[in-house]
Design a protein around this ligand. Structure first.
Ligand code: ADP
Ligand code: ASP
Ligand code: MG
Length: 449
């Protein structure tokens, strides 16, 4: 069996859904499971809706729900078979109004917020399943919350793989063996007791890989709006090239440091079993795409030391200067305990004789962090930073690479430099405003365009 996952732009309108149906139909013999995201921009609109609810703007809440409802119904009505989804859509939008009305003027609880943010996938999948049936395919709508079991960490729940494997084999495997095509939602799950959760933004890719691992898929296809994993974000570097292949760890590093095309956890469930991920462009289904697996094809390796350059803005840099403490036993443990207590992950870390610098993305606990770090040394905070990551297996064996990287980054001021132990990445921090320029200059230096 295979997993075919379609992102927001790949279900965003009638033409996109028609393409999806053709892609899935061409794979029917391979027993596909279809995983879909919400229509493009819908999850963002739901995040905004949660905010309008909190601020007590009831007219705005009603208007937003109506706009989203109209968009989905118009899309369903435009496609053959789509009208079969209308009763389910009506019911779900009514349920949403009932969920939100009592909360107007208050913040949603984390559980309510997850239930709200996950609606987009429920709507899109209802339409996709109906249209597939309208086109004669044996589609079967499956509620992902009956399969993707997670803990109760709302906002970014952790999947429970053993439970998912059991449920996938109970719920999805029988459909596949009887020749049907399950159509389910990315991004959403539920706790063992059935409370809705989400896997974090961009989490539909992760759903695809969790299901791929649970069902021992032969491959996981991620259908999106670009030709594959590229040498840089094509929105920053329009001349970026598509990589024919990348390794799991390269893809994970790039995704962690901003390559939005893949959720950073996607490779985790698949790497142990060696199940390949293929990133493909739904608008050009016959293009080659990028294959992500245990090794890179030799053709790519010959191409140069660097696979790709990514960047992530909105980063906060924290520096702790502790001239006497740093060498002292237990200092780093105390430092990390502060971050652990607040469940804030550190992305880039560098230390010198007298100071430690580290970056975080989540600023929600910044004041608490600083207050608790102050007993350890003098703390300074620099906001609006960006991490630049240069990733590739060839880097290990290329002398002088760092000098080329820093030379090409000029005149941006480089603040923290870190090279992972695996040596497949070199990361550094610059001011956010310098980020795009640095990425463009590095791309020019290493890829010639
Ligand atoms: P989907 O909705 O299909 O999940 P996303 O918007 O999450 O799609 O991810 C696709 C986008 O990722 C592309 O449109 C592209 O702008 C961006 N992107 C960032 N870095 C890269 C990269 N290195 N290679 C390809 N795409 C990238
Ligand atoms: N719809 C969700 C989001 O926008 C999940 C996804 O698209 O992967 O974050
Ligand atoms: Mg995505």
């Amino acid at each position: 069996m295979i997993i075919t996952k379609f992102g927001g732009t790949s279900v965003q309108d009638a033409a996109a859904i028609e393409r999806l149906v053709r892609i899935v139909a061409a794979r029917q013999k391979e027993a596909p499971v279809v995983v879909v995201s919400a229509l493009a921009k819908v999850t963002d609109a739901l995040v905004q809706l949660a905010e309008s609810v909190r601020q007590g703007r009831s007219a705005e809440v009603e208007a937003t729900i109506q706009t989203i409802e109209d968009r989905h119904k118009a899309l369903a009505a435009e496609l053959p078979g789509g009208t079969d989804a209308l009763p389910a859509l009506e019911e779900r939008f009514e349920g949403l109004r009932q969920l939100l009305r009592p909360s107007i003027g208050q913040p949603l609880t984390p559980g309510q917020r997850d239930a709200l943010l996950g609606q987009g996938e429920l709507w899109s999948s209802a339409i996709v399943a109906a249209v597939m049936r309208g086109k004669g395919l044996p589609a079967e709508w499956v509620d992902a919350r009956t399969v993707i079991v997670t803990d109760d960490r709302h906002g970014r729940a952790n999947p429970i793989s053993a439970e998912i494997r059991t449920r996938a084999n109970e719920v999805l495997a029988p459909l596949l063996s009887s020749g049907r095509i399950p159509v389910t939602q990315g991004f959403i799950g539920a706790t063992a007791s059935g409370r809705p959760t989400i896997l974090g933004r961009g989490g539909s890719d992760f759903t695809a890989s969790l299901l791929g691992a649970a069902l021992d898929a032969v491959r996981v296809e991620i259908w999106t709006d670009v030709d594959g994993l590229m040498t840089a974000d094509p929105r920053i570097v329009p001349s970026a090239r598509t990589l024919a292949s990348a390794t799991y760890d390269e893809a994970a590093e790039l995704a962690t440091f901003g390559a939005k095309v893949l959720h950073p956890a996607t490779q985790l469930p698949l790497a142990a079993a060696g199940i390949p991920i293929i990133i493909l462009n739904a608008q050009r289904p016959d293009g080659g795409g990028t294959i992500i697996g245990p090794t890179r094809s030799s053709a790519m390796r010959a191409d140069g030391p660097i696979g790709s350059i990514s960047w992530k803005r909105g980063i906060t840099l924290i520096n702790v200067r502790a001239p006497r403490m740093l060498g002292a036993y237990g200092f780093l443990r105390q430092l990390f305990e502060v971050f652990e207590r607040h469940e804030i992950s550190v992305d880039v870390l560098a230390s010198s004789e007298v100071s430690v610098s580290l970056t975080i993305e989540d600023r929600s606990r910044l004041e608490d962090l600083v207050r608790e770090l102050e007993p350890l040394g003098e703390v300074t905070v620099d906001e609006r930073r960006a991490i630049i990551a240069i990733v590739g297996h060839g880097m290990q064996s290329t002398p002088g690479l760092a000098a080329r990287v820093f030379g090409a980054s000029q005149p941006a001021n480089i603040e923290v430099i870190s090279q992972g132990a695996s040596a497949i990445n070199l990361t550094f921090v610059v001011h956010e405003d310098d980020g795009p320029g640095v990425v463009q200059r590095l791309h020019q230096a290493f890829f010639g365009t």
